[in-house]
Structure formats: C-alpha cells, structure tokens
Write a protein that binds this ligand. Structure first.
Ligand SMILES: O=C(O)C(=O)C[C@H](O)[C@H](O)COP(=O)(O)O
Length: 338
C-alpha cells in the first residue's frame, strides 16, 4: 500500500480545564496536534498508511510529539530533529456564548525556522500516493511556503496527487505579515483537491460571489471560479457549520466537482466535547472514502461522519475507525454497545 504523506508542523496544545480563562491560571492539559498530523492519524485509524514529513526540536517535547503520532501507526521516519523550540498553542475552552480562543506560541519553532531547501522531495514521495499540505504551514513564513510549493511541484512531477486544506488562520498570517491571498492562491493552483469553502475562494480572488451565506449557489459560484482558474483541480470540499452556540453546532459536508454539487444531511452536534480537529477529521474521512474507491457522495458522507464523531473525542486527533463511521451513518443508535 502506498503512503499518504503529510507535510506540516507537529504541535503541543495546552488546553484550559474548568471555566477559568488563561489569566485565571487554570490547569492545562497537553495534547499533540497540528493540522497535517491530525489528518495522518485520522487516516491511519481508518486503515490507511500515513506518513509525516516534519521537523521537531531535539528535546523532550519533540520526542513526546513524535511518539504520540507514531503510537497511532503513522510512519515518522521522515521526521527530523534540530535544535530549537516546540511550536505550542494554548486553547481557552469556550462555553455557551463565550467562544473558544487560541493563543499561538509557535514563532521561531524548529519547524518554522527549518532550512527546507535540502529536502529531497522525490525521495520523500517515492512511495506516496498523495501529498497533503495545509494553509497553516504556509502561514508560518516564506521558507514554509517555499517548502510546501516545492513538495507540491515534486508531487505533480511524480504523479502523486495533491490535497490542500486552506485552513486560513488570520492570527498566524498577521503575526508573520505574509500576503495570505496571493500565497494561498499559489498553493491552490497545484492541488487536485482543495478543502476550502466559498470564503476561502473569495479571500484569494478578493471578490464576493452572489448568494446567501453558506448557500449551495454561493459555493457553486466560488467552485466554478476555482475550476476555471486551476486546471488540475478536481474537487472543492468543505463543511457548512452553523453555530447555535459554542456547545451546539450543526454540521454538513459539501463537495463540488466540475459537474456535480453534492451535500450531506445536516447533523446536530449538541454538548460538544472538543471541536478542535473537527475539520481535519472531516478531511481524513473524505480522503478515506476517496482512497477506498467510494463514490464522491459516499466519501463525503464518511467525511461528515468522521467530522461529527471528532466532536465527541478529546484532543486534536480523530480516533474514529471505519466501524464507528459506518455505525454513525447507519443510525445505529446511542445505546451502550455490550
Ligand atoms: O490551527 C492550527 O494552527 C493547527 O494546526 C492546530 C489545529 O489542531 C488544527 O488546525 C485543527 O483545525 P480544525 O480541524 O479546523 O479544528
């Protein structure tokens, strides 16, 4: 089986417990995450072979991160170490009408300051079927943008498919001062599959499409614009999230191909345990469907199942397996399984 390669930063997340915000000095619980690592673990849990291409600091936090990803079976042989610091983020968990808040502390991390120019992409992708990159990586600095672009170009030359998740993070782009619309658009132009909605397409083309917020019409118009601009693009995929409040969201999946507009049922998620990583879980579920040769509608349904289930799992990683997704989609009910 060829591997699904993910290039990005491994992070330590420090999550507040209880109701105290950070200034109340709450207890913090650590989790390992990072957008691309979340997809790698999610895919591994769904029976695929995933590998991580990354740089971690040569200290105990780097070791903790790589061990946690490896624990779920992800191939970490292309994760290298160098002196430096670990990328961190603090999550203040919101509730009801108080939104969750992320404080990034990852500037100058081993990954963000790595010299990627020596990466041997053809060797790294020799046994890969796909390369997955996200806009979070690009938001870390020009060296990271250049590395992502080099990886994508090498993938195309080798016939390896490219999946790109826009993952627009304004706080990171503002901290760096990078030109997000231009650089995200450049990355999009190499993708076969983009995880992103009409807002991402509006961002990069600096325009607004007609239609209600979140409507199929507005998403279709955005997708048509993207398909007309990016010849390699085959699928534009996103979630549609409606927030009743912080603990209660409604989630649906949307997929646009050059000829079709698909959507899933809308699922009610009340009593959310942990929303972080929900988008990455959705991506892993859709990719699981595509890698398994499912129809686009089935892949989208698997994505929304995986995304919904993640909201009931603490931490960044999507740990649902294929049985869990199938039970969710067949409305198996919620009684204790015994
Ligand atoms: O934000 C970042 O910089 C990260 O890489 C860490 C987060 O774990 C993922 O981004 C999760 O993103 P969602 O799946 O959209 O919740």
């Amino acid at each position: 089986m060829k591997a699904f390669a993910c290039f990005g930063e491994l992070l330590v997340r420090l999550t507040t417990t209880g109701v105290d915000p950070l200034y109340g000095l709450p207890q913090l619980v650590p989790f390992i995450g990072g957008a691309e690592a979340n997809v790698a673990v999610g895919l591994q849990r769904l029976g695929h072979k995933a590998k991580m291409i990354s740089v971690i600091p040569d200290n105990d936090l780097g070791l903790a991160a790589v061990q946690e990803v490896r624990k779920w079976g992800v191939d970490t042989s292309d994760v290298t170490t160098q002196p430096g610091r670990m990328g961190l983020y603090f999550l203040t968990t919101g509730a009801i009408h108080r939104p969750s808040d992320i404080l990034y502390d990852r500037a100058g991390s081993a990954f963000a300051t790595a010299d990627f120019s020596k990466l041997d992409w053809p060797a790294l992708l020799a046994n890969a079927s796909w390369l997955h990159v996200s806009g979070v990586t690009a938001a870390l600095g020009q060296n990271c943008v250049d590395a992502a672009l080099a990886g994508m170009k090498a993938a195309k030359a080798l016939g390896v498919k490219v999946s790109f998740d826009c993952n627009y993070r304004p706080k990171l782009w503002e901290a760096w001062g990078g030109d997000a619309p231009t650089l995200i658009k450049q990355l999009m132009s190499h993708a076969d599959l983009i995880f992103g909605g009409y807002r991402d397409i509006e961002l990069v083309f600096k325009t607004k499409f007609d239609g209600e917020d979140g409507s199929m019409a507005r998403n279709r118009a955005a997708a048509d614009h993207a398909f007309a601009t990016f010849p390699d693009l085959m699928r534009l995929i996103s979630t549609r999230r409606t927030q009743v409040n912080v603990d209660h969201n409604r989630l649906a999946g949307l997929m646009f191909t050059r000829s079709e507009s698909l959507e899933t049922r809308t699922y009610d998620i009340a009593g959310i345990i942990d929303r972080i990583g929900g988008g990455d879980a959705f991506a892993a579920g859709v990719l699981h469907g595509i890698l398994s040769g499912k129809t686009d509608q089935d892949a989208l349904d698997l994505g929304i199942a995986c995304g919904c289930l993640k909201h009931a799992i603490p931490g960044d990683f999507s740990l649902a397996n294929a049985t869990d997704l199938n039970a969710f989609l067949s409305d198996d009910g919620f009684d204790v399984k015994r």
